[in-house]
Design a protein around this ligand. Structure first.
Ligand code: SF4
Length: 312
């Protein structure tokens, strides 16, 4: 049987449509901190967070943005032969700081001749109106995308993992960003402690109503040197033992609740294996799970949007 033409909306294809060629994101660390670590919102951070796990080897706590971009571009151009890049401000909270300092960091990246836009990873409670004004103005000349870690639509879970923001704040900030016509993305985690499959699908239904352009879905990973690692050691029964097969099934259902207009950027987190305590999926890569999800769609007669219901 031939594969259906549409199974899910790929972020890579979306970027190709926007730029007319393949574009790659270069993760950088601009030396920002996070209001959930410095006491402004909370202390200790989200219980699963160890920022080392999402920094690539060439990215370090350094405000020399150009050097990080040069190192990243050297690495990715050899590997993928790509000419255009987006500077991905990934580590910590990349909209947290004085506006003048934020502008300086973003503009350093945009000065690089191979950089065609910026992607800002941040928290939903960390987007001031003056920054949105500036980003809106910037988006007339460059591609600008904001990616919010909303993680789940359940406040009980958000409290449990010490996110120090609510789902209502996520909704409001996503709407304020999308109103400006900025590319608006979110990040969610499946398998958070205390969440049943029904709760995860409720998250899918709720976010399906948001004005989103893209989503990243990750499995919960318990990473060394985090509060969650300690909880896992003391009370492992609080955590669901999510198998790789079960996760593929969950993601394929989750996508079925999302409208086809949302592009899907990632399915899993690829933290360095030496930092992962649980689950051990033997270093599975995003492209591997993407193939498995397409197979799952075929076998279960699902596709992105199959269960999407705009009216409810
Ligand atoms: S996950 Fe993000 S918001 Fe949470 S502590 Fe880490 S950097 Fe801060």
């Amino acid at each position: 049987m031939n594969k259906p033409r549409f199974t899910y909306h790929k972020y890579s294809q979306y970027l190709k449509r926007v730029f007319g060629e393949r574009v790659h994101k270069i993760p950088i660390n601009a030396g920002f901190t996070c209001p959930n670590r410095d006491g402004a919102k909370g202390v200790g951070g989200c219980t699963y967070c160890n920022n080392v796990s999402f920094n690539p080897f060439y990215s370090y706590d350094n405000t020399d943005i150009k050097k990080q971009l040069d190192d990243g571009i050297r690495f990715y151009s050899k590997r993928y032969g790509v000419n255009k890049y987006l500077a991905y401000f990934q580590a910590y909270t990349n909209t947290y700081g004085e506006l003048s300092h934020l502008k300086l960091m973003y503009e350093q990246a945009l000065l690089h001749p191979r950089i065609v836009g910026i992607v800002l990873g941040t928290r939903p409670d960390c987007m001031q109106d003056d920054l949105l004004d500036y980003l809106t103005e910037l988006s007339e000349r460059f591609y600008v995308s904001v990616e919010y870690g909303i993680e789940t639509a359940h406040d009980s879970t958000l409290r449990n993992i010490n996110r120090c923001h609510t789902y209502a704040e996520s909704v409001k900030t996503v709407e304020r960003t999308a109103e400006r016509n900025l590319h608006t993305g979110v990040h969610v985690i499946l398998g958070l402690p205390g969440e049943s499959e029904d709760m995860m699908m409720t998250t899918a239904k709720r976010i399906s109503k948001l004005p989103l352009n893209s989503i990243k879905i990750h499995q919960l990973q318990i990473i060394k040197q985090t509060a969650m690692a300690k909880q896992f050691k003391e009370n492992s029964e609080l955590f669901h033992n999510l198998s790789y097969e079960e996760y593929i099934d969950l993601v394929s259902k989750f996508l079925a609740y999302l409208p086809g207009s949302i592009t899907i950027e990632r399915f899993i987190s690829e933290s360095p294996p030496d930092l992962i305590i649980h689950p051990n999926w033997n270093g599975k890569r995003n492209y591997e799970i993407a193939e498995r999800i397409e197979d799952k769609f075929l076998k279960s007669n699902r596709w992105q949007g199959k269960y999407f219901n705009n009216g409810k």
